[in-house]
Design a binder for this molecule. Structure first.
Ligand code: ATP
Ligand code: MG
Length: 420
């Protein structure tokens, strides 16, 4: 078929019917997990004031510097398509006085986010996230709960060899001291680091540690570590969290290089890693953001959350043989000959559907052969034939497509026959 005049824009795609079985699988798993842990859904607008993300995500992040879809609307207001959920959740929390709710307030989101990135495998300009936030509590047991939820989701989906990467990036009391150490260490090596890192040095020194360039690796290797700079509070928090993880038998690696990209993180940052899903080991990431509420003009309100990319979950389910799913097919497909037979088929289809059995009709006036061809293509379990004889005798011929057997079944017994 000709491709038509228009193609979808670069970096965005259609999620086709054949893939939907995976999306539904992930959505079902998400629903199960959020119910188990007691999180409620919050739906947010797809676009917000640009300022929300500039402040709430942070000027010195890749997202704000390079990846936002920002435009002026007809009222000359600067609008941005959400590049993540956390800032919007906090905006909504403050705006809707959710601080009146029991704490922690447990929320989740599912939906599209938009980032202007270089498209490649697993990297799209519109993608879907499952996002979880718990607000109003500093207890490290909550950090553990949030991490457990992320873990539980992937476990539920059948992912194997899961582990955590964790780190503490401190708080406004202890991080400035670390910044200073890191900056002076890097200044001495200024000529050896990549040009991106040369700019990070001024703007966002923590991010020096997650530079992916080859030339920067030996420098990162022996860079000062935040762990040595943590204040007592942050150190205790991290220790308690690790105790919960140990107790639950969760595998984790303390990764001093993991800082996550966002300005608003404090204390705990983490990622879930799964083996065998290709270059992209991290399947989801999150952390604590105790300072965000104030950045957005709210009162102090700690929070912790994570975001998981659904597109990448689906891709890795599809890539693992034992996690492959088959596309659902209807149970019964009716082929008929003549007006009376079709009318009877319509009656029986109503009965089947009312009994919760999926059934379809071959539309139009076509030969049996053409109708059977359609049944084949739709991969139905039973093809149900009503021709002249069947109409006369008030029965149907039920063909079991996978067993290539057939049987005559009276109309009055069809629901029971198919349903068993
Ligand atoms: P990456 O390092 O791959 O750019 P990130 O740190 O920017 O990821 P987060 O902001 O933590 O990602 O978003 C959470 C999750 O969203 C990621 O773990 C990933 O699964 C998914 N994700 C991020 N960017 C994209 C994208 N462009 N396309 C598809 N999924 C994405
Ligand atoms: Mg990114």
């Amino acid at each position: 078929m000709a491709k038509g005049l228009f193609q979808s824009p670069k970096g965005v795609r259609d999620i086709l019917p054949e893939d939907q079985v995976y999306w539904r699988r992930v959505e079902d798993a998400i629903r199960k997990i959020v119910d188990l842990y007691g999180y409620e859904r919050l739906d947010l607008p797809v676009f917000e004031d640009t300022g929300l993300f500039r402040r709430g995500v942070g000027e010195a992040t890749d997202i704000v510097e390079k990846e936002m879809y920002t435009f002026k609307d007809k009222g000359d207001k600067s609008i941005t398509l959400r590049p993540e959920f956390t800032a919007g959740v906090m905006r909504s929390f403050i705006q809707n006085s959710m601080d009146q709710l029991p704490k922690p307030t447990k929320l989740y989101n599912i939906g599209q986010v938009f980032r202007y990135e270089r498209p490649q495998a697993g990297r799209f300009r519109q993608f879907y996230q499952f996002n979880v936030e718990a607000l109003g509590e500093v207890d490290p047991a909550l950090d553990f709960e949030i991490m457990s939820m992320a873990y539980h989701l992937y476990d539920e989906l059948g992912f194997e060899n899961l582990s955590f990467q964790i780190n503490s990036i401190g708080c406004p009391h202890c991080r400035p001291g670390f910044h200073e150490q890191l900056t002076s260490y890097y200044k001495q090596r200024f000529n050896d680091i990549c040009t991106d890192c040369q700019t990070r040095l001024d703007k966002n020194p923590l991010r020096l540690l997650d530079c992916k360039r080859e030339q920067c690796q030996p420098i990162i290797e022996v860079a000062p570590s935040m762990a040595d700079c943590l204040c007592d509070e942050c150190r205790d928090h991290f220790k308690t969290l690790r105790r919960y993880l140990d107790d639950a038998g969760r595998l984790y690696t303390v990764n001093h290089r993991m800082v996550r990209g966002l300005d608003y993180y404090t204390k705990t940052v983490f990622e879930v890693w799964a083996q065998g899903i290709g270059a992209q080991n991290a399947v989801c990431g999150g952390g604590r953001y105790d300072g965000l509420s104030e950045i957005l003009g709210g009162k102090p309100m700690p929070g912790i959350g994570f975001a998981a990319g659904i597109d990448r979950i689906v891709m890795s389910l599809q890539a693992q043989d034992h996690l492959k799913l088959s596309r659902p097919a209807p149970q019964a497909f009716f082929v008929t000959q003549g007006a009376g037979a079709k009318e009877q088929a319509v009656r029986l289809i109503i009965e089947l559907r009312n009994a919760g059995i999926s059934a379809m009709l071959a539309f139009g006036d076509r030969s049996f052969k053409a109708q059977f061809k359609e049944a084949d293509k739709r991969r139905t379990r039973f093809t149900i034939v009503i021709g002249e004889g069947e109409l006369e005798g008030q029965y149907v011929t039920v063909k079991n497509m996978s067993e290539s057997s057939q049987e005559n079944v009276p109309w009055s017994e069809l629901v029971e026959y198919i349903g068993k």
